[in-house]
Design a protein around this ligand. Structure first.
Ligand SMILES: NC(=O)c1ccc[n+]([C@@H]2O[C@H](COP(=O)([O-])OP(=O)(O)OC[C@H]3O[C@@H](n4cnc5c(N)ncnc54)[C@H](OP(=O)(O)O)[C@@H]3O)[C@@H](O)[C@H]2O)c1
Length: 208
């Protein structure tokens, strides 16, 4: 499911073209950890990711296909994105919302496209969160921001199986997983998703 989400978001929703510069937030999560690799295999010229620790930033560039990455917890997301993609971005795959989305809108080149997949920075907010303050940039830059649900992406499935199946068979993909042992630890595994406890898919492992 997370693989199809990444693939459909990049292709059917954001319309990734060869040579595009791509930015992906939540880059070390279940979706982001494969989205960066898919983007490169689909022909992106540069793929930038953001994640919440120095270790994850290292993993993104060493093991998960990203050309550059930064730790959003160090602050100045817009500045860090500009440093990582000085010419701007064509595609933004948004897993996070909030300040990340605002930074991407500022970084977009003309005709930039965003696939709005998730907004995890806002899921636990106790009051409505402010929207991006720079939406007016969408006009002059002719931007497209498009939300999607993987459940609607059936038409992409066949191409997904063909492309991703081929990449898997050729050993071109790395799909990290984080295991938590015991059903009694399922609640803490779930809560760990909100504090960055996983790289790749978070899985609860049951005995025999
Ligand atoms: N549209 C769809 O059909 C669809 C399908 C699947 C998933 N989703 C959504 O897509 C997003 C990614 O899903 P996933 O399964 O890859 O997620 P995941 O594996 O659950 O990863 C969650 C990661 O998000 C990061 N995070 C948590 N709180 C954050 C915050 N306040 N700001 C920035 N990053 C934060 C954490 O990593 P750090 O250490 O980097 O903070 C955490 O490891 C989620 O928002 C999910 O709800 C949408």
């Amino acid at each position: 499911m997370t693989g199809l989400t990444a693939y459909a978001g990049l292709t059917a929703v954001a319309g990734l073209q060869k040579g595009d510069v791509v930015f992906i937030s939540g880059a070390a999560g279940a979706v982001g950890s494969v989205a960066g690799q898919f983007a490169k295999l689909l022909g992106a010229s540069r793929v930038v990711g953001s994640a919440g620790s120095a270790q994850k930033v290292t993993d993104l560039t060493a093991n998960l296909g990203y050309d550059a990455a930064f730790d959003y917890k160090q602050g100045d997301i817009a500045g860090q994105l500009k440093a990582a993609a000085p010419e701007g971005i064509d595609v933004y795959f948004d897993n996070v919302g909030g300040e990340h989305l605002e930074a991407a809108i500022s970084a977009f080149k003309l005709h930039g496209r965003a696939a709005l997949c998730g907004a995890i920075a806002q899921y636990n907010a106790s009051e409505p969160t402010p929207g991006p303050r720079n939406l007016a940039l969408m006009i002059g830059k002719r931007l497209t921001l498009k939300g999607f649900l993987v459940g609607d992406q059936g038409p992409v499935r066949q191409q997904f199986v063909q492309d991703v199946g081929g990449w898997l068979a050729a050993g071109k993909l790395n799909a990290p997983e984080t295991f938590v042992d015991g059903i009694e630890n399922a609640p803490s595994a779930f809560l760990g998703l909100f504090s960055g406890g996983n790289t790749g898919k978070m899985l609860v492992r049951l005995d025999g």
